[in-house]
Structures are given as C-alpha cells and as structure tokens.
Design a protein around this ligand. Structure first.
Ligand code: RIB
Ligand code: CA
Length: 308
C-alpha cells in the first residue's frame, strides 16, 4: 500500500486530483493539508472536505497556513469561480476539519511514516516551508515529493515569468527547493495543448454518467472558459490532476532529469520564476528532478480510470 499526503489550495482542479488519489487502487491518502492559494484556506478546506465525502472516504483534512510566509494572499477567483468550484455552491461537508494545525499533522505523519510517505503538493508551498523550518529532520524522511508548480525554462501562467503556486509564495518555494527533499517538479507547461481535455474528451467523461465524472466537469466549467479567455488555450487544463497522474503512475512523465533549480524572490518582475539550470552552467548540485514532458494519452487514461 503506498502512503500519500496531499497539500492543496483546493479549487476545481485540485479537487479532481484529490479524487484521483482517493480512488486509486493501492494508495492510501493519510491526510490532506490545505493552504491559502486559489482561495482562502478555510474555503480550500471546505472544498477538500466536500471532495473527500463525495468519494465516501474518511481522510482527515487539516487547516493550514492562512497566508504566504511574507507576502499578502493572492486568490484566483477569476479562474476557479467565487467558491473555487465553478460557482457550484456545494453544500457544507458533514465532517469538520481534523483537529490540530496542518503543519503539526504533516510533521507527525512524515516522522511516523519515515521513508514511506509520498507527498503531492498542488498549491503554494507555505505549509511545507513552515514544517521544514520547525523540523529540519523532515525533508530526508520523505520518500518523494511531486510538486505541481513552476515553469521549467518557459513562460509562466500568472506572470510572463512565473507559475501561480510558486508566485504566490516564492520564499516558501525557495525553502522547499533547497530543503534536500526528493522533488519531482511538474511545471504548468506540461498541462497545456494535448494534455487539455478538448470537447470530445469532455463529452467522453460526461458519457461515463458517474457522480465523479459530473463533479469533474461541473466544478471545472469556469476554468474551462477562463483557460481560453486568460491564456488563449482551448480546452480544460487540469494541472493538479496531471501532476497527481505523474505521482500515481510515474510513466506518465516521459522525460525527466535532475538539475539545480532556484526560485526568484527579489525581483517583482520575475517573482516566483523557477530558474532551471538545464545546462549545469552554475555548477551547483542538482536539487530537483524536472518533468519535461508527459504522455497525454496515459495521463487521460489515469483520469478516466477513476471517473468511470
Ligand atoms: O498554476 C496552476 C496551479 O495554480 C494549480 O495548482 C491551480 O490549482 C493553482 O493552484
Ligand atoms: Ca492547486
């Protein structure tokens, strides 16, 4: 049984990624920690708890940091809708948040499952950075961390230079990327083009006729529209589910290599840029693996498998 922990700023694409992990055979999600990002942390927690209950799971959801380490929160209502879930206004979940702060719960889980716990981060890295500052023993006890974040030697999605998760809390990202934890970075560039769900893909999902398929399409309706308007990208981009697919089925990533990666925290123009030293010119030891390409068909099959 693989043991997972998901850190998430739960909005519409995060919710589908959570659903994938909860419904994936051979994986047990030990806990979900929520963070401020797409939406305020309490809203992210409501969306995560709703998703857990939709999947008839008992996974504890812990409330995490309410803001980036230094910066003001920056929400993405424009992309995900006023509730983060495409305006679906889902009912209040039955179960409350699990007791205790997310950083303490994550710390406990990493220590109790030392060498076994696989992290998947789907939002800004504030919770992880706080945990690592409180407990420097943690990074080496983590089996693997698959990060949805960054843009490897390419343009960003929230600024020309940076991807949203890293841009929201660049200081936290810098702490995490230099923590020594085993990282696989899945940049947003892997979640465009053929990786998007085009109209035929979305019709196929709807044809499954399950509550999981309807949930996926319904809560991502706003994102589908905004993706076109904001980025000019047709179809439904699902960065967190793509990243979760890579974590669940590593062969979804077709090209990966280790490099020194650093995060811009000083410049406003390039705040949150993930600078990947692809050629090794900085002569720094690698601190992350970078996913350079994915298999779109294999990623979509991983999604369909849990929605049918
Ligand atoms: O840039 C895409 C990422 O930012 C995704 O994780 C999305 O949910 C938002 O958090
Ligand atoms: Ca997210």
């Amino acid at each position: 049984m693989r043991r997972f922990w998901i850190d998430t700023d739960t909005a519409s694409d995060d919710a589908v990624a959570i659903l994938m992990a909860l419904r994936w055979p051979g994986v047990r999600v030990e806990g979900i920690s929520v963070i401020s990002g797409n939406v305020p942390v309490e809203m992210a927690g409501k969306n995560a708890r709703y998703t857990v209950e939709l999947c008839e799971a008992e996974t504890p959801v812990y409330l995490g940091m309410p803001a980036p380490l230094l910066r003001k929160p920056s929400y993405a209502y424009f992309f995900h809708g006023p509730d983060g879930m495409g305006g679906m206004n889902y009912p209040e979940p039955e179960r409350p948040f699990a007791a205790g702060h997310a950083v303490d719960a994550l710390t406990r889980a990493i220590r109790e499952l030392s060498g076994e716990l696989e992290l998947v981060t789907l939002g800004p890295l504030t919770n992880l950075a706080a945990a690592f500052r409180l407990a420097p023993d943690l990074p080496k006890k983590i089996r693997q961390c698959t990060i949805m974040g960054g843009a490897a030697a390419t343009l960003g999605n929230i600024t020309p230079a940076a991807e949203f998760n890293i841009w929201v809390d660049p200081e936290a990202a810098s702490i995490v990327f230099h923590s020594g934890m085993p990282i696989l970075m899945v940049g947003w560039e892997n979640c465009r083009g053929e990786a998007n769900l085009d109209e035929a893909d979305r019709d196929l999902v709807r044809s499954f006729g399950t509550k999981y398929a309807d949930f996926t399409l319904d809560c991502n309706a706003t994102a589908t529209q905004t993706n076109q308007e904001w980025l000019g990208d047709p179809g439904l981009a699902l960065p967190d589910p793509v990243t979760m697919a890579v974590a669940l089925d590593p062969e979804v990533c077709t090209r990966r290599s280790s490099h020194f990666v650093d995060v811009e925290t000083q410049s406003e123009l390039t705040r949150g840029m993930t600078v990947v030293d692809e050629l090794g010119v900085l002569k720094q030891p690698p601190n992350a693996e970078v996913c350079w390409s994915i298999d779109p068909a294999r990623w979509k099959e991983a999604l369909y498998k849990v929605l049918r």
